[in-house]
Ligand binder design. Structure first.
Ligand SMILES: N[C@@H](CCC(=O)N[C@@H](CS)C(=O)NCC(=O)O)C(=O)O
Length: 216
């Protein structure tokens, strides 16, 4: 199995987390986003969207973290705990996959991408003057939603961690890199600490250092 990944990409990190939780081995192919390698012909042949992550597993070629999480969790998790297989449980988890791909991606993700990496990402030219405030406003609103939800439960869906938690975790935990404090959201902070205790968890740069990439 080959994973096209960049070490500071939270979307790649989602996939690396599930591979680690499932104890699956793979070959990591580094695509340096800071050198714009995602837009070079070699990578565009793998992912025409010019993004990481992408996965090749035998004849299966996939782009997008959500698709890859779904594939790995249904193919390799024999116990089906990460993505259970009843209509109700699948739909419950899917609500959070969708939240990660919308509110989170265009909220806390954007604020971090603009402030810490200087790029708007996802199809925008690298010199585009993106509006960080928009990401921060949507980001804080998404954290309010998450905090209220997690105030009543330990995990986003069902009574145990699922790919819904994996999909939401990276950019929420890295929100301080986009100048969005997590302090007003204690249930979110507690969930982050809980998530870090999952066997096989590994950190990503910036997780415990809001000034990472911005300290002068
Ligand atoms: N919907 C995609 C988004 C992937 C994405 O945003 N990838 C970022 C890194 S985390 C990327 O490769 N950005 C490069 C660019 O936009 O130039 C997914 O979930 O995988």
């Amino acid at each position: 199995m080959k994973l096209y990944t960049y070490e500071e990409s939270g979307n790649s990190y989602k996939v690396r987390l599930l591979l680690s939780f499932l104890d699956l081995s793979y070959e990591a192919i580094d695509v340096d986003l800071m050198q714009d390698l995602q837009h070079q012909p070699e990578h565009l042949a793998v992912n025409p969207r010019g993004e990481v992550p992408a996965l090749v597993d035998g004849d299966v070629e996939l782009v997008d973290s959500m698709a890859i999480l779904l594939y790995l969790a249904t193919k390799y998790d024999k116990r089906r705990t990460w993505f259970p297989n009843t209509p109700e449980t699948m739909a419950d988890v899917a609500q959070w996959l969708a939240f990660a791909a919308s509110w989170v991606q265009y909220g806390v993700f954007s604020a971090r991408a603009i402030l810490s990496f200087g790029i708007a990402a996802n199809g925008m030219p690298h010199d585009f003057q993106a509006n960080v405030e928009e990401g921060q406003i949507r980001g804080r609103h998404s954290l309010e939603i998450l905090d209220a939800h997690l105030n009543e439960r330990q995990w986003l869906a069902l009574g145990h961690p699922t790919i819904g938690d994996i999909a939401v975790f990276p950019y929420v935990a890295l929100a301080p890199m986009g100048d969005i404090s997590l302090t007003p959201y204690p249930a979110v902070e507690a969930w982050i600490e809980r998530f870090k205790q999952i066997p096989g968890f590994m950190p990503i740069k910036g997780l415990d250092d809001p000034n990472y990439r911005r300290s002068a």
